[in-house]
Design a protein around this ligand. Structure first.
Ligand code: FA5
Length: 342
């Protein structure tokens, strides 16, 4: 019995010095393993008389259970201590102020496009898009610009092959939509998108820029409808007091054609450097859809009339915000872009 007791005491003493799970496993092997001290006590049973065996066996079993329980309790305590230590290092103070996350915003050109889209959706228009790689037929021919027409020089082009080019304006979407509608349905669309021209980049020109095309085709469409629509557009972009004026112009796909000027938002029409002392600023080209264009896209000009307009988005943004160089839109200078964070 004394041997049992001293074995138990020496085990408990050793257990107190164990702080790692690996050491615990060693201690377990030393006492309870195949050749462990408790196992040896069990094997000693065979040397006892049959009368002594039951009491002895009971004692050994009790010792074995006590040691196992102590081992398990210590193991659990070690595990808990390990988790506590880990939690202490991973503790998050939720009351600390957060890091300032910089949040993105739409690009200023996207904002302009979206505000124009909002206006026209409110007026019952649909938004249409077309491919940036376009056929010569849709970009020019069906817009009354046959091959070798001198007015093709107005839009210097990037050709991919003799019949394919990067579209020079959004007007081919007019053609695509009229053909899609089959010459019998009214059309009321705007078409925003990127266009490309072989213009040398400078403060006011870019080889890639954005346009928004507008097209209405119906049975009683007049120049007055065009003028009213463009007045609404000018006032949405530049303020409710703006007026517009139309000047005669030339586009092969419209007849008559006009350049549209808006009264200067800076000097209210009295004359300043922004409007070059004319009181007006040119904002877009427009006109009544040419009979040939209607015909080529399947609409009978004796039944249908249409108006169309084309806006340069960068130019509108430059005028609206006094931006002097078109290249600011594309160089991704955060100081510039942040000025338009919404
Ligand atoms: C056209 O592109 C016509 N398709 C517009 C139109 C549509 C007229 C429907 C009538 C009926 P224009 O070549 O003028 O027209 O270009 C329209 C606008 O695009 C210009 O007013 C200008 O704001 C812008 N723009 C033209 N070239 C450049 C360029 N290189 N860089 C930036 N903006 C440009």
């Amino acid at each position: 019995m004394e041997a049992f007791d001293s074995l138990k005491q020496s085990f408990l003493k050793a257990l107190e010095t164990v702080f790692k799970e690996a050491e615990l496993a060693e201690l377990k092997a030393e006492y309870l393993g195949k050749k462990g001290k408790v196992t040896q006590l069990m094997q000693a049973m065979k040397d006892l008389s049959p009368e002594e065996r039951p009491a002895y066996g009971q004692k050994v079993n009790q010792l074995k259970n006590e040691l196992s329980d102590a081992l398990n309790a210590h193991k659990e305590a070690l595990e808990n201590a390990r988790i506590e230590a880990q939690l202490a290092t991973e503790k998050i103070d939720v009351t600390l102020p957060g890091h300032d996350m910089s949040v993105g915003s739409s690009h200023i050109l996207t904002q302009i496009v979206e505000s124009i889209e909002d206006l026209f959706i409110g007026l019952g228009y649909q938004i249409k898009e077309g491919p940036e790689i376009e056929s010569d037929e849709y970009n020019f021919e069906k817009l009354n610009l046959p091959k070798n027409h001198p007015a093709r020089d107005m839009q210097d082009s990037f050709y991919i092959d003799p019949n394919t080019l990067l579209r020079t304006h959004t007007s081919p979407v007019q053609v695509r939509t009229m053909l899609e509608y089959g010459g019998s349905k009214p059309v009321k669309i705007i078409c925003p998108g990127k266009v490309y021209r072989r213009d040398d980049d400078d403060a006011t020109h870019s080889h890639q820029f954005m346009q928004i095309e507008g097209l209405v085709v119906d049975q009683k469409t007049t120049m007055a409808d065009l003028k009213g629509t463009l007045l609404k557009l000018a006032q949405t972009m530049f303020g409710p007091d703006r007026t517009i004026r139309l000047r005669p112009s030339y586009f092969p796909f419209t007849e008559p054609s006009v350049e549209v000027d808006v009264s200067c938002y800076n000097c209210e029409g009295t004359g300043c450097s922004i409007c070059k002392h004319t009181g007006y600023i040119e904002i877009l080209g427009a006109g009544m859809v040419h009979d040939n264009v209607l015909k080529m896209s399947g609409y009978d000009p004796n039944v249908y009339q249409g108006f169309a307009f084309g806006i340069g988005v960068e130019r509108i943004a430059m005028l609206k915000y006094g931006i002097e160089d078109i290249r600011h839109f594309y160089t991704n200078d955060m100081r510039f872009l942040r000025m338009f964070n919404q």
